[in-house]
Each structure stands twice: as C-alpha cells, then as structure tokens.
Design a protein around this ligand. Structure first.
Ligand code: SF4
Ligand code: SF4
Length: 65
C-alpha cells in the first residue's frame, strides 16, 4: 500500500486513475479507486495533486523495491 485514499471524501471522479502515468490505479464497480498494481507505483505524486477533492496522500516511508 503506497497511498492513503480517503473514500469518505472521494467522489469517484476517476482523475487519479486517468492521470497516473504508471497505470497503477483502477476503480471498482462502484467507482472507488484502489491500487491495482501497487508494485508499479514510483511515488510521482500525480494522483495526489490531480485529485480535486484532495483525498489522496502518499504514505511514508516510500517502499523502495
Ligand atoms: S504516486 Fe504516481 S505512480 Fe503512484 S499511484 Fe500515484 S500517480 Fe500513480
Ligand atoms: S481523483 Fe480523488 S475524488 Fe477522484 S476518484 Fe481519485 S481519489 Fe476519488
């Protein structure tokens, strides 16, 4: 788990999924985002900055693989 996604504030807009350059994220059938391929995340922070509701936080420490 690389991110904290606050599903209480998430609107399901899909911006995080759309903008993630590593295609790490996906949405479930109810539109909730989740880390589909967490090992592919390189902590660029795009999902965090692109979320219009500011629901995503990168978790520290980073997992260096
Ligand atoms: S930090 Fe970057 S690579 Fe990781 S899920 Fe967010 S947008 Fe994708
Ligand atoms: S960008 Fe934010 S509000 Fe939109 S689906 Fe992702 S976490 Fe939810």
């Amino acid at each position: 788990m690389n991110l904290l996604i606050d599903l209480q504030c998430c609107t399901g807009c899909g911006a995080c999924v759309e903008h993630c350059p590593g295609h790490v994220l996906s949405q479930d059938e109810e539109g909730r985002p989740y880390e589909r391929y967490p090992d592919d995340c390189w902590y660029c922070g795009v999902c965090e900055t692109e979320c219009p509701a500011q629901c995503i936080s990168l978790l520290f420490p980073y997992l260096i693989r």
